[in-house]
Design a protein around this ligand. Structure first.
Ligand SMILES: C[S@@+](CC[C@H](N)C(=O)[O-])C[C@H]1O[C@@H](n2cnc3c(N)ncnc32)[C@H](O)[C@@H]1O
Length: 450
């Protein structure tokens, strides 16, 4: 008989999908780190793509249905868990998620979840987890499994914290229910084809040749929506920049900017560089300066540009501290893709509902105002600034632009009334999440008068 091979350090460091999911969800709640960042760190310790996919599925589901499942859990506990037992709460929620929303068999869902207790040294919790999951298992009706429609209309709204639910209802009373529903969906994987390189139809054929099914977006000329998500490495020409992963709503920015060859263009909040690359591909021959204040995110802009073989001047700075970086040459076009609540992209980043708080919004509105005011000083007379956010809150969007135009004295809006997407607002245009299957975005184009 062969002796079993000695375990290497890599083996010992290895995690299973559910252990990683537990560590990620706990860190998200306790250290308030983003799901994207936590997944990037923890999934390195998983053995293979299957484990990574399961871990990611559990974490996304946990965040998407956290507020729904917590209510379900509360109904089944005789008294609330203590704050030091947050780990047990996360284990229970991960178990409930698997039973209600996945195709994982009941037996595996319950047993594997109970097994997570072993490493926590809280033997008392085994019985509790077992009992709660088994009782839930009996109640979840089989045909409801694995489908978003198993959320009742009321639950669609309850899947958000109270303050987000109320703010959506206040800003969009007529659309609130469809916004709640759209934010609970799984987002499509959408590609942006570099139309300077090849046509969307040509690229679609290349995808079809690889067995990847896609359909053209009805309103965004460069966008192809995939029938199912794939690894980017399997996309033809990805390494050469023929194609990028970018939601259709985000693909509108570079076109709305209307830059032309020879223009000096500023991308004031550029990282990770999705729109920077699009501007360069859509407008060859512009002189682009891409700025971001986050030193950890800025290298991602460089990677994006390198992949496609295009160049820009990258600067790490607070855009509003112009003394630190501005060389005095004014800009023809400025894209201000401002930091925001990200309330329009909760289907793509469900952790936002756990991480953001009501007090964040006024602070973001202040930051946006500061950036708008500072960027306006760098724009040539006759130049245009495109203001965008992935928010659906009016304070960050139309009210922000209204306040700015009232105070700046030399700006007018260039209405976006020639397009077929989004909702025309008194100032700018709003895409609500799910409209034309897009993320929620806001755009306003401002002209600087002499
Ligand atoms: C919405 S994201 C930009 C997304 C990017 N435009 C894209 O399409 O990939 C906002 C960015 O603004 C940056 N940011 C926030 N405040 C800033 C400031 N004062 N100056 C420069 N960048 C800032 C953040 O680091 C973040 O990367």
């Amino acid at each position: 008989m062969n002796a079993s091979p000695a375990r290497t350090k890599a083996d010992k460091d290895r995690l299973h999908a559910r252990q990683a999911a537990l560590a990620i969800c706990l860190a998200l709640l306790q250290q308030r780190q983003s799901l994207t960042a936590l997944l990037a760190t923890h999934t390195k310790r998983l053995a293979n793509a299957q484990e990574r996919a399961l871990c990611s599925e559990l974490c996304y589901g946990f965040c998407r249905y956290y507020f729904v499942l917590r209510r379900e859990l509360a109904k089944r506990l005789s008294k609330p868990l203590k704050s030091r037992d947050r780990d047990i709460e996360v284990i229970l929620l991960l178990g409930l998620y698997q039973l209600r929303f996945t195709r994982i068999g009941d037996h595996a869902a319950v047993n594997e979840t109970v097994n997570l207790i072993a490493r926590r040294k809280k033997a008392w919790a085994r019985g509790l987890v077992n009992a709660v999951l088994r009782s839930y298992q009996r109640e979840v009706i089989e045909p409801e499994r694995d489908t978003i429609s198993s959320l009742s209309g009321e639950e669609q709204a309850l899947a958000y914290p109270e303050w987000i639910r109320a703010k959506i209802r206040q800003d969009w009373p007529e659309q609130a229910d469809s916004i709640y529903r759209a934010g609970n969906q799984r987002p499509p994987m959408v590609l942006r084809v570099d139309l300077e390189r090849l046509s969307r139809e040509e690229y679609r054929q290349l995808l079809a040749g690889q067995g990847i099914d896609s359909r053209p977006h009805p309103q965004v000329a460069s966008a192809l929506q995939l029938a199912a998500a794939v690894e980017v490495e399997s996309l033809p020409g990805f390494a050469e920049g023929w194609v990028s992963v970018q939601d259709a709503a985000a693909q509108l920015a570079a076109v709305l900017l209307q830059a032309e060859r020879g223009m000096r263009v500023l991308d004031a909040c550029a990282a990770p560089g999705g729109k920077t690359l699009h501007i360069l591909q859509h407008n060859p021959g512009v002189e682009l300066i891409a700025l971001d204040k986050d030193a950890e995110r800025l290298p991602r802009v460089a990677q994006n540009l390198q992949r496609a073989g295009v160049e820009a001047q990258l600067i790490c700075a607070d855009a509003a501290n112009t003394d630190d970086w501005f060389d005095g040459a004014m800009f023809d076009r400025i894209l201000l893709d401002a930091p925001c609540s990200a309330s329009g992209i909760m289907r793509r980043h469900p952790d936002i509902r756990l991480l953001r708080e009501a007090e964040d919004v006024p602070a973001l509105v202040q930051q946006q105002q500061r950036l708008l005011t500072a960027m306006w000083q760098l724009l040539k007379p006759g130049g245009q600034l495109l203001y965008s956010t992935c928010s659906l809150f009016k304070d960050e969007n139309e009210a922000q632009v209204e306040h700015f135009l009232q105070n700046c004295g030399n700006g007018v809006e260039l209405p976006l009334n020639h397009v077929q997407w989004g909702i025309e607002r008194p100032l700018g245009r709003q895409v609500l999440p799910g409209q034309l299957d897009m993320d929620g975005f806001y755009y306003a184009r401002l002209l600087k008068q002499d």
